[in-house]
Design a protein around this ligand. Structure first.
Ligand code: HSE
Length: 443
């Protein structure tokens, strides 16, 4: 049977499940290829055959060598509306246009599988409500860390446990850059250029290097882990573009490596209120921590739960085939539900936790500064920390000709107290520069 006919013909394994594929880029191509190559296996796993009813693209000419002509269309809305389409797979990207299409599909009673993290992180409530109202599935495993199963485990496997913390490397581009800086000692600009040459970074790398991509994923992870709603705008976000070769070297000397971490946790505010916090920032991780060994463009998500203890999910967090793997897993799930009845677990946001102010979170800090090399400076600097209630764990001094570099690692402190400390340090005559302030996790 030819590739084209495998896609379009049913073969008598239960009922057919009609699928509309929206988008035929890096991920869409792989989804279609896999359905074409493995249609028989998928049919047995589902109990019905996946039949692709159409592939919506912007410019059919660009896709005519890969997609049977009868499947290509520019009219995504008409494709979604077809009576023989049961499931809509969205792999277009962007926010406004796919949002409109996905809402159309859900409102028409079609289950949706999407890889779109930015959309899910920004509009989860609207999408979940539409799915609930129609009684259909909304799956988005591929939105977080591509092939790595983490949405499913949080939604299902850990649904009976109490998740305490989720901490992850969820952006491959920044992990490639930071890992290369750590390994070679090169600076950020050099390694960003290299990442672009090797195809790890996009022509406009802003969403990756400034942490926006990871922040969308953090919002999704925090929502699932803590049964609450966290949106992209609720996530504190700092990227890696200001991380210097000096920061990486100083971290190395102190036994750490720098990673862009998404940290999601439930915290208890001083007044006893339970809150949720999600943040993305460059973070010092002890070199002995499992996340420290995540190299190149790999992703890993570390989950700590009351009964399960510590779990780590590791693998390919980007790329056409790995992302398609997650999309296909969701497609099989949605198709099984279509054939056999039932629904995937929907949204669970009963905890309804307020978002913690960033100043309320507590962690440890690595503060790197230049100071005058004279009598009493150490005492003046340590007084600033103690005045703000920030306790010092280690202090390291490196001398140069007429000044000294002081690197302080603190005990756990509140972000607001640390910020006040840094402001006071900047105003201290003895301190000529605060080179960097980096947070520390994983100890
Ligand atoms: N651009 C992302 C990354 C992959 O570098 O990990 C898609 O989210």
């Amino acid at each position: 049977m030819s590739f084209a006919s495998t896609l379009v013909q049913g073969k008598g394994v239960g009922s057919d499940v009609g699928v509309a594929l929206l988008g035929h880029g890096t991920v869409g191509k792989q989804v279609l290829r896999f359905i074409g190559d493995n249609g028989d296996d998928l049919a047995h796993r589902i109990g019905g055959r996946i039949v692709v009813k159409g592939v919506a693209v912007g410019n059919p000419d660009k896709h005519k060598d890969d997609v049977p002509a009868e499947l290509l269309t520019t009219d995504a809305e008409a494709l979604i509306e077809r009576d023989d389409v049961d499931i809509v797979v969205e792999v277009i990207g962007g926010i406004d246009y796919p949002r409109k299409l996905i809402l159309k599909a859900l409102n028409a009673g079609k289950s949706v599988v999407t890889a779109n993290k930015a959309l899910v992180a920004a509009h989860s409530q609207e999408l979940a409500e539409a799915a609930d109202k129609a009684g259909v599935d909304l799956y988005f495993e591929a939105a977080v860390a591509a092939a790595i199963p983490v949405v499913g485990p949080l939604r299902r496997s850990l649904a009976g446990d109490q998740v305490e913390q989720v901490m992850g490397i969820v952006n491959g581009t920044t992990n490639f850059i930071l890992d290369a800086m750590d390994t070679t000692g090169a600076d950020y600009d050099t390694m960003l250029k290299k990442a672009m040459e090797l195809g790890y970074a996009e022509a406009d790398p802003t969403a990756d290097v400034e942490g926006h991509d990871a922040a969308s994923k953090a919002a999704i992870l925090a929502s699932l882990a803590f049964h609450t709603r966290v949106s992209f705008d609720d996530v504190y976000c700092e990227g890696i573009s200001k991380v210097t070769a000096d920061d990486v070297e100083a971290a190395k000397q102190a036994g750490y490596t720098i990673k862009l971490l998404a940290c999601c946790e439930r915290i208890t505010a001083p007044d006893g209120t339970e809150k949720v916090s999600a943040r993305v920032h460059p973070t010092l991780v002890p070199r002995s921590h499992p996340l420290a060994s995540v190299s190149k463009s790999f992703n890993a998500v570390f989950v700590e739960a009351e009964a399960a203890g510590r779990l780590m999910f590791y693998g390919n967090g980007a790329g056409g085939a790995p992302t398609a793997s997650a999309v296909l897993g969701d497609l099989v799930g949605a198709a099984r539900n279509k054939v056999h009845g039932g629904r995937a677990p929907g949204e669970s946001t009963y905890a309804n936790l307020p978002i913690a102010d960033f100043g309320e979170i507590s962690t440890r800090y690595h503060v790197d500064m230049e100071v005058h090399d004279r009598v009493g400076v150490l005492a003046e600097v340590s007084k600033v920390f103690s005045d703000k209630g920030v306790s010092l764990r280690t202090v390291r001094q490196e001398e140069s000709d007429d000044s000294a570099r002081l690197i302080v690692v603190t005990h756990t402190a509140r972000e607001a107290d640390l910020a006040a400390t840094v402001e006071a340090l900047k105003n201290l005559e003895a301190v000529t520069a605060v080179n960097s302030v980096l947070r520390l996790e994983g100890e």
